[in-house]
Design a binder for this molecule. Sequence first.
Ligand code: DGT
Ligand code: CA
Ligand code: CA
Length: 571
Amino acid sequence: MKNQFVADVLYQIADLLDLKGEIFFKTRAYRIAAQTIEVLDEDIGVVSNENRLREIEGIGEALAKKIKELIETGRLEYFEKLKKEIPEGLLKMLNISGLGPKKVSALYQNLGIKTIEELRQACIDGKLRDLEGFGVITEANILRGIQLLEKTSGRVLLNVALTDGENYINYLKKCDKIEKVSIAGSLRRRKETIGDLDILASSDHPDEVMEYFVKYNDVDRVLMKGSTKTSVVLNDNLQVDLRVVKDESFGAALQYFTGSKEHNVKMRSIAIKKGLKLNEYGLFEKETNKYVVGKSEEEIYNKLGLSYIEPELRENRGEIEVAAKKQLPELVEYKDIKGDLHVHSNWSDGFETIENIADYAQKLGYEYVGIADHSQSLKVARGLTEERIVKKLNLIDKINKELKDLKVLCGTECDIKPDGTLDYSDRILKKFDFVGIGIHTTFKMTSEDITKRVTKGMENENVHFLAHPTCRLLGRREPFELDMDKIFDTARETNTYLEINSFPDRLDLNDLHAKLAKERGVKFVINTDAHNLNHLSFIRYGVATARRGWLEKKDILNTCTLKELEKHLGL
Ligand code: DGT
Ligand code: CA
Ligand code: CA
């Protein structure tokens, strides 16, 4: 399907038009079309072939013509022309936190800045402060934004790498020279960002496998090609390394190339203590070099006196010691999730009707789905007034009467105001089936103040969970400097679940915090924060993060059946 590709081009056109200073409604049309195409459950190529593009809401004649050209020729003249008019670096500058199209084009027009490097120098030289709309503080903020961007640059988010990786594996599975094939490296460990993608295959015909590997449709260029290792770069700039080994070494190589390095170092030292030697070819007797095991990872772990360690745990955070005592947690699984309690509908800033969300949730096999729209002060996100809450509750009642296997719950994602009070009164909060709370404005506060603000919110007896606790955005916003010990203690004392937000650039709480919180007796809820139907499938990234945080089914609220959940929520 080319849906994502088409959507990405339309998003870029909108950004380019913004930079040109085009009027709002023109750029908005491209963004809305992009959003619609992103979540279309039909192949846009088929729709275009059958001349049905105009039937899609928000696509007029001009846009339909452009999409058709893009699908049929793989390029769009209008887009190419726009790209020539506007320096490429300006689009990259839009990724810097706090820089929108207006500011970027002002910098370009007044100071001739066209790359991030030039921008950094101008900030250091203090050249921005005299420009209208800028100041000393903006300079400092931009510098910080550039630093943040660089910290993650060269790495991609988990969802991007996982999609690329799964597509590549599906392609490789069709090669009849390959016996086994698996994702390895940080992606197999499901880290939140991925440097490069590692794939491992076993075969007796490595050269033919490499030949097949480099012919993949999405390969932009081949970096190196050998018979044990080949590296390519995909069209989206992600590097992929393939290693091919003999089948008898597959388990050992998978263990080695899954990492992490720190986990492997510890494993090797355990082997040595037992008079053995572990490398990517297998486990050997140290004295005689005799092969002991190596075909599967399980046999390697077992031979070293350990129970099998799931890839998500392999970070040398105590997993090897616990595996030696056979006390590893039974990690939560994707199939354990019975519903999602943080979904935005078109009643606030989501794109879907509650009916469609319910339909989709049923397709996912959920028992319940919780609509958690924004609260009244968040005007930009169309937060709900009391009057609209009542209407929405009535609608959800009606929808539930028609549903057999699913229940829609009406909740809210209520804003925590700067003073720690909530955006709805207790009287209104009690109307909801559940209450999530979160921070959406006024981010810059001292560590002490922001901790007080959040704990005060949690202390409200109507609150069930704290959404995206640290509010970090990978590559764009640092987490709050919360006193996490206090947050965990308050969460436990007030029975507030901490959310693991599954949005790929949030994953908040992160893995480390989840592990620490669990050790202090905190419970969790894994939600998506979906704003369209596609986002509902992000749940797997939240589950991955929970697994990296050693969480089990019993630690997570939404692994409960509907009946149990209603009891927990006091319904
Ligand atoms: P990334 O790509 O930065 O997200 O992280 P990884 O963990 O995928 O690292 P990468 O791609 O450099 O290497 C893949 C795995 O190969 C790594 O997790 C462990 C293994 N590995 C790589 N280099 C070494 C090494 O020098 N020593 C050991 N023991 N293992 C290594
Ligand atoms: Ca890697
Ligand atoms: Ca690699």
